[in-house]
Design a protein around this ligand. Structure first.
Ligand SMILES: [Zn+2]
Ligand SMILES: [Zn+2]
Length: 327
């Protein structure tokens, strides 16, 4: 049955800042947010929505509702290189003739988007390391071949979005904070006087954990350090990549930390009966059965917990696939 698709929607959050709510084709994640911030005669656009048939029209529809047009975009800044946050960067840059800024550690997305074969290989590797049977991997491969990337075209940022870079807007200057973990390219943008944080997928209203496995040494450790980075800021309102803006950043930081601690503990607990493979550990960490829908996410996430515990000296990889508690 065809799910009824939502429409792009624009709304003012505070004077000079608009939320552009854009539909996504994913079950369980119905939309993502882009943010337009007044800047002189135009706007700075933070994040872009995913590229798919009709997606540019959805962005235009959301912008029209708040009297904005693509031609008003003077700068595109992306919180990270996941398709729902930078997928349309190439199209918008072309239409608006503006610059596009993003953190330079975007290889996790740009290498796989420009080389679909590599993207598949990396996913199959996660499956093999996890102990997924070869027949199931081949079935996944057949399906994955037809999955769209969500990226209009791979383009290099015109400027690296690194700490020290400032984005000037009518609301004042936004500072860049590197917040890797969810993705190696993740940054948050902070407006100090108004205490506004554009938090991307680093801090979400409804806590949800995801890490890009295999592109940095310890995504879980990086995520926990990045929570400390934003904890030092004095955030009044959090504008996240999905869901409504929310206050109580500290409560959401605490809840994110608690969920990581719970999953690390569940990972350790799953090994008390002896060595296990990731395919056996992941359902215990998530409290559910693995399926074709969640496997790529859950197995990668579980490998990240094991990698973190291995660095802490609490678990070890026995052979290619099996993990055990350190005595
Ligand atoms: Zn993301
Ligand atoms: Zn996202």
């Amino acid at each position: 049955m065809e799910r009824k698709r939502e429409l792009g929607r624009g709304e003012r959050v505070v004077p000079g800042l608009w939320r552009l709510r854009l539909p996504l084709p994913w079950a369980g994640v119905p939309h993502c947010n882009a943010w337009a911030i007044a800047s002189g005669a135009g706007v700075v656009l933070v994040d872009t929505g995913m590229h798919e048939p009709g997606s540019l029209a959805q962005l235009q529809l959301a912008m029209e509702q708040v009297h904005l047009r693509l031609e008003h975009v003077q700068l595109i800044a992306c919180t990270h290189a996941h398709s729902d946050h930078w997928g349309q960067a190439a199209t918008i840059r072309e239409r608006a003739g503006c610059e596009f800024w993003m953190h330079p550690n975007h290889e996790h997305a740009t290498r796989t988007a420009s080389d679909p074969q590599l993207a598949l290989e990396r996913r199959l590797e996660v499956g093999r390391q996890s102990g997924v049977p070869e027949a199931a991997l081949q079935r996944y491969l057949e399906r994955a071949k037809h999955m769209p990337s969500g990226i209009a075209a791979v383009i290099e940022p015109d400027r690296p979005l690194l700490p020290g870079v400032q984005i000037e807007t009518d609301l004042g200057r936004w500072e860049v904070y590197a917040t890797p973990g969810h993705a190696p390219s993740h940054v948050c943008l902070y407006q100090r006087e108004r205490r506004l944080l554009i938090s991307g997928d680093h801090l979400l209203g409804r806590i949800s954990l995801y890490y890009d496995y295999g592109w940095s040494p310890d995504p879980v450790g990086e995520f926990l350090s990045s929570l400390e980075v934003i904890e030092r800021l004095d955030v009044r309102l959090c504008l996240s990549g999905h869901g409504k803006p929310f206050i109580d950043a500290q409560g959401h930081i605490d809840a994110s930390r608690a969920l990581v601690a719970e999953r690390l503990e569940a990972t350790r607990a799953s090994l008390t009966g002896g060595p296990r493979r990731v395919i056996e550990i992941a359902p215990k960490v998530h409290g559910g059965e693995l399926s074709g829908m969640n496997a790529a996410w859950w197995l990668g996430e579980t490998l990240c917990y094991l990698t973190h515990l291995e660095r802490l000296g609490q678990v070890r990889r026995d052979d290619g696939e099996t993990w055990a508690l350190e005595p």
